[in-house]
Design a protein around this ligand. Structure first.
Ligand code: SF4
Ligand code: F3S
Length: 107
């Protein structure tokens, strides 16, 4: 069981989540982060930190986000670890309210 980063993170990538993770289990892609499911200790600290509510426990995810379980699994094996907060993309705020953006995910 683990927490999962979902669609809202795409093009927002605020990285507030990274700052609180005690086990540094976030991985960074070109325009979103994912959580390594085998490294996450289910502490729940990251969930309330995300300004766009992109993080949920895998048991509590909306039905239309379930494919992100596999995306987190796969991409956390390919993308580099991120353990420090960094600046969000300059246009992050423009993507805050956009719900449908999975087609923009860069792998
Ligand atoms: Fe890290 Fe805890 Fe979030 Fe898992 S639930 S990603 S261990 S902060
Ligand atoms: Fe993404 Fe939210 Fe973290 S936008 S990078 S999951 S703080």
């Amino acid at each position: 069981m683990a927490y999962v980063v979902m669609e809202s993170c795409i093009r927002c990538k605020y990285t507030d989540c990274v700052d609180v993770c005690p086990v540094d289990c976030f991985y960074e892609g070109p325009n979103m982060l994912v959580i390594h499911p085998d490294e996450c200790i289910d502490c729940g600290l990251c969930e309330p930190e995300c300004p766009v509510k992109a993080i949920a426990h895998e048991d509590e995810m909306p039905q239309d986000q379930l494919d992100f379980i596999q995306i987190n699994e796969e991409m956390s094996e390919r993308w580099p670890n991120i353990y420090e907060m960094k600046d969000a993309p300059p246009d992050a705020d423009e993507w805050k309210e956009v719900k449908a953006k999975r087609h923009l995910l860069e792998k």
